[in-house]
Write a protein that binds this ligand. Structure first.
Ligand code: HEC
Ligand code: HEC
Ligand code: HEC
Ligand code: HEC
Length: 212
């Protein structure tokens, strides 16, 4: 009986470990020690000291920033007002717009070596006119003027069961919080491919905000 309990416990621990072991950045496409740029995981993007503070909301940033001026999304039905990407979206674009090499971080400026520029599907490019809009204010007012958007300040049962869109998916200061790349993506968690913050099976993530 004692051994049975012990082996059940071991199995339980193994199951729990298996469940959580692949939910971190380690070993994912964002773990760039695989590319031999570094023998660490975090330092391609973050540093504990002397971080770049020029971008609001940037968490101890250490990757060289893009200085690109982007083409923006527009449409006759768009209600939000668009500006150049800022906040955490600017951080993603520093690798994903293809203007800065992935290995340009900290003091190891690898230069614009073509081999280290993002390519293929992961290259978002410098025109965002063909991408879901980011870096705009999504508040109760926008939901009202659009008429088919969830009010981001009300409790929302579609997204992970709890919370509000404003509290869990938007960035910046309350009342004028913005939608960013990281609204839909979690750069550290490859569980929901490709690095999605929540599962988009049956478009569940889209339907969290869009009443369609
Ligand atoms: C490829 C770039 C990249 C790597 C590598 C990376 N991060 Fe991040 N991290 C970001 C970006 C971009 C943000 C801001 C967007 C967000 O909050 O989701 C962020 C936000 C954070 C935050 C603040 C927000 C939060 O989620 O709590 C912490 C803490 C953090 N990272 C820690 C780490 C640690 C620790 C590692 C290494 C194990 C790491 N990061 C590796 C890009 C990266
Ligand atoms: C330090 C550079 C860097 C930063 C900063 C960065 N990424 Fe990436 N990202 C990469 C690389 C390198 C890949 C792998 C590209 C490939 O496989 O060709 C990648 C892959 C991805 C993928 C696709 C994964 C797949 O399986 O195809 C997504 C989605 C993604 N990143 C989103 C983001 C978002 C969102 C942010 C900001 C919150 C971000 N990344 C910040 C370097 C970066
Ligand atoms: C509204 C949600 C949303 C926003 C905002 C968003 N993405 Fe995505 N992104 C997705 C979804 C969903 C996919 C997966 C698409 C698919 O598989 O067809 C994706 C795919 C990607 C990929 C992988 C491309 C591929 O075809 O594999 C990259 C890289 C990426 N996003 C980066 C970004 C960056 C950088 C930003 C900000 C400029 C951003 N995303 C903003 C939802 C979003
Ligand atoms: C966190 C909330 C949120 C998520 C998740 C989200 N969106 Fe959006 N989306 C918005 C907001 C807010 C706008 C701006 C609407 C406006 O101003 O008219 C928008 C704009 C759009 C537009 C352009 C509307 C227009 O009038 O031109 C389309 C299309 C769209 N989203 C589709 C999607 C799809 C598809 C997904 C899932 C992959 C998705 N969205 C996920 C909040 C979200």
């Amino acid at each position: 009986m004692k051994y049975l309990k012990l082996s059940l416990l071991i199995v339980l621990v193994m199951v729990v470990c298996a469940r959580f072991s692949y939910t971190t950045i380690v070993g994912s496409a964002h773990d760039l020690k695989a590319k031999s740029y570094t023998d660490e995981v975090c330092n391609v993007c973050h540093t504990p000291h002397n971080a770049n503070t020029t971008v609001s909301d940037a968490p101890l940033w250490d990757h060289t920033l893009a200085t690109t001026s982007y083409g923006l999304y527009s449409s006759s039905t768009l209600d939000a007002s668009m500006g150049q990407p800022d906040g955490t979206s600017k951080l993603c674009l520093s690798c994903h717009d293809g203007s800065v090499a992935v290995d340009n971080f900290g003091s190891s400026l690898g230069g614009a070596d073509a081999n280290d520029i993002i390519s293929g599907d992961a290259l978002i490019g410098t025109t965002l006119a063909d991408d879901h809009p980011v870096s705009f204010i999504y508040n109760a007012g926008l939901a009202t003027s659009d008429g088919e958007l969830t009010d981001p300040t009300t409790a929302n049962s579609d997204y992970e069961g709890t919370g509000t869109i404003e509290g869990t998916m938007l960035f910046g200061t309350a009342g004028s919080k913005t939608m960013e790349c990281a609204t839909c993506h979690d750069v550290h968690d490859p569980t929901n491919i490709p690095f999605l913050r929540a599962s988009n099976t049956a478009s569940a993530m889209c339907l969290t905000c869009h009443i369609k």
